[in-house]
Design a protein around this ligand. Structure first.
Ligand code: PGA
Length: 257
């Protein structure tokens, strides 16, 4: 049985010291908690990955995994400011968020770039967490399904899946991120079904079943998390703000048990 996914996206919020502190506290709080149903992935800033890796290599009773918030699509070379998949693997990263709406909006990340990032990650046996989702304006114009299907298909164009390779798609309606007001779980589930349908255009059912998980993100907290993960088509969550507080984080994980 597949585990529920819990991605903590710490964005540009924590220094190295703060990241270590939060990870250590989470490790302690979750120590005695039997975590066999949830894959917990911590995604700190690039600068904190190495230290987080050291902390978790020393002691990791809660089996916390490490993820990054971005990657570059080339193996290596003259790409100032970028980070490669190999560099991420060196610090025990197993997951990488790509195409987050904040990067699409602030840095002009396109579907084509997301597709190249997905490919380099898979080549390096890393798991892409591909974010898709519509803006408020797009939703108002009735374009939600079209946008979500287009972003999903474009991100996975010419992608081949075999062996143990895995892809996580995160449906995140852009307009609820960081607002404290998530969409209704039925609403999220509708988009998850649309994503599944878009995937079915390009992948057979057994590949879909084996290699994909679809999670929800956007103002998830300890009050609403269960309503999302209880839904048949929702395989986990991507959490920003609420994952920065130890108590709230632990409350959310306990509800996934
Ligand atoms: P939020 O962020 O939980 O603070 O809404 C989610 C995200 O952007 O990934």
């Amino acid at each position: 049985m597949k585990k529920n996914i819990f991605v903590a996206n710490w964005k540009m919020n924590l220094t190295v010291a703060e990241t270590k502190n939060l990870a250590e506290k989470l490790g302690q709080s979750l120590r005695s908690f039997k975590n066999d149903k949830t894959e917990i992935i911590l995604c700190p800033a690039f600068t904190a990955l190495d230290d987080l890796c050291t902390v978790l290599r020393k002691e990791n009773p809660a089996d916390l995994k490490i993820g990054a918030q971005d990657v570059f699509w080339e193996e290596k070379g003259a790409f100032t400011g970028e980070i490669s998949a190999k560099m991420l693997k060196e610090v025990d990263c197993r997951y990488v968020i790509v195409g987050h709406s904040e990067r699409r909006k602030n840095l002009g990340e396109t579907d084509e770039m997301v597709n190249k990032k997905v490919k380099i990650l898979l080549e390096n046996d890393l798991v892409p967490i591909v974010c898709v989702g519509e803006t408020f304006l797009e939703r108002q114009k009735g374009l939600r399904d079209v946008i979500v299907a287009r972003q999903t298909e474009a991100a996975l164009r010419d992608v081949k899946l075999f062996g143990n390779k895995k892809i996580i798609i995160a449906y995140e309606p852009v307009w609820v991120i960081g607002t404290g007001q998530a969409v209704e779980p039925e609403d999220a589930e509708h988009s998850h079904r649309m994503i599944r349908e878009a995937l079915m255009e390009n992948f057979p059912a057994d590949v879909l079943e084996k290699h994909f998980q679809i999670i929800y993100g956007g103002s998830v907290d300890s009050k609403n998390i269960k309503d999302f993960v209880d839904r048949e088509n929702i395989d986990g969550v991507l959490v920003g703000g609420a994952s920065l507080k130890v108590e709230e984080f632990v409350k959310m994980i306990k509800q996934l048990a």
